[in-house]
Design a protein around this ligand. Structure first.
Ligand SMILES: Nc1ncnc2c1ncn2[C@@H]1O[C@H](COP(=O)(O)OP(=O)(O)OP(=O)(O)O)[C@@H](O)[C@H]1O
Ligand SMILES: [Mg+2]
Length: 381
């Protein structure tokens, strides 16, 4: 074996401007060809070869000159050499940033605009991963007509379109729920038929026969339109539906009725990892939402109340007459976050909600609500 000459390589490197240190040089391994270790001869060529890694121009030309006449050390396999520079760089988001990027032939990248960066942060909050078991989020309040179903739909759409896992909204309103009317209806099946056919549901494909799907990828399970049957939907039934759904979904939103002591509320609340309480913008609506929190606190759900989010729907009658800031301050003292849902004429029509037809401020509010819900999800035991 020829005596190794690494110290002299280091000596040559030292002479090269910006060259690696002696320690770096020591890290250069012997070349291996067909499993035979050979020593790298020290020559002017070798020195050029190593120093070429610090010279982008030389790197560029090496890419096109084919095979080196001497064995290369593995340190020559750098990212710069092997990755296509064009593919590595992402075009910035924002018209000004994009214009500079294009005008300079992709040499100047100012990065995303502030708005684009904020949006990426928001989406990363909405997509906060939930490890482990299915999470349950009921949407409730003791007052009727304040926007529980609307909030469930908006929240579900905002979550479903950004998250990769599956999100379902279940209508558990015992008093003629309207959730399924908020997305295009694909089936006449309801929570009642899921209970009846639960033993035969063995796969996600089986389960999809019972649900309707929106373009945002939100899945909806309808309640029974017959008020007698809907009212009879009880604790046992909800547990059956939730157990089946939990096999296929990582997040289950439940649109509730106003009757907080109805038997179906017991399993809904005992499974809840977080809550969304809906308040309207009038005095009685805010009082009833606040009383809902008090009832939950005094009935064993104080922890989940502290972690809950209030959706303050400013579309209800009376909103213009009261100090919304004071309502918001009240709820801020009791729950984790408050989000205002604005009036939207597309929602007011009371029919199918199409995400793209909502006003931008409505979509922003829904996404903010989704971010608060997702990022505050407590770990499961
Ligand atoms: N932000 C909004 N902008 C416009 N209209 C709205 C908004 N929120 C709710 N509405 C309208 O108010 C009505 C009641 O809303 P929604 O059905 O969501 O209330 P709810 O609390 O679920 O009612 P219920 O107690 O009967 O289940 C609906 O016609 C809905 O379209
Ligand atoms: Mg409703």
């Amino acid at each position: 074996m020829v005596e190794r000459k690494r110290p002299s390589i280091a000596g040559k490197l030292k002479e090269t401007e910006g060259a690696p240190s002696v320690d770096d040089a020591a890290a250069i391994p012997d070349a291996v060809i067909d499993g035979v270790s050979i020593d790298v001869p020290v020559s002017a060529e070798t020195s050029l070869l190593v120093s070429a890694t610090t010279d982008p121009e030389a790197m560029y030309s090496r890419r096109h000159t084919g095979v080196s006449s001497t064995p290369e050390p593995s340190s020559m396999l750098t990212d710069d050499r092997l990755l296509d520079v064009k593919e590595k760089q992402e075009a910035p988001i924002g018209w000004y940033q994009r214009a500079i990027y294009e005008l300079t032939f992709h040499t100047v990248n100012l990065g995303d605009s502030r708005r684009a960066r904020a949006r990426k942060v928001l989406i990363s909050r909405i997509t906060t991963p939930f490890n482990g078991d299915t999470r349950y989020v009921p949407i409730l309040t003791r007052k009727g007509g304040v926007g529980k179903t609307t909030t469930t739909t908006l929240l579900g759409m905002a979550l479903a379109q950004h998250r990769e896992d599956r999100v379902i909204a279940i209508d558990a309103n015992p008093d003629r729920g309207t959730l399924a009317e908020r997305i295009p209806r694909e089936t006449k099946n309801t929570i009642r038929t899921v209970v009846q056919k639960a033993p035969s549901i063995g796969s996600f494909t089986d389960f999809t026969e019972f649900i309707s799907r929106d373009v945002t990828r939100l899945h909806v399970l309808a309640s029974d339109p017959d008020p007698t049957l809907a009212d009879a939907f009880d604790e046992y039934d909800y547990n059956v539906v939730a157990d089946v759904a939990s096999r296929y979904y990582s997040l289950i939103l439940t649109d509730c009725g106003t009757g907080i002591v109805h038997s179906v509320m017991k399993p809904i609340l005992s499974r809840a990892n977080s809550l969304v309480i809906v308040s309207g913008g009038s005095i009685d609506e805010a009082r009833l939402a606040s009383e809902t929190l008090s009832w939950l606190e005094s009935n064993g759900y104080a922890d989940v109340v502290r972690n809950s989010v209030v959706a303050l729907n400013t579309a209800t009658q009376g909103t213009m007459l009261v100090k919304l800031d004071e309502i918001e301050n009240h709820f801020r003292s009791r729950v984790r976050e408050v989000v205002r849902i604005p009036y939207d004429s597309h929602i007011a029509a009371g029919s199918v909600i199409t995400w793209s037809k909502l006003n931008k401020i409505t979509r922003d509010a829904a996404e903010m609500l989704a971010a608060f819900v997702a990022e505050g999800m407590p770990p499961t035991e």
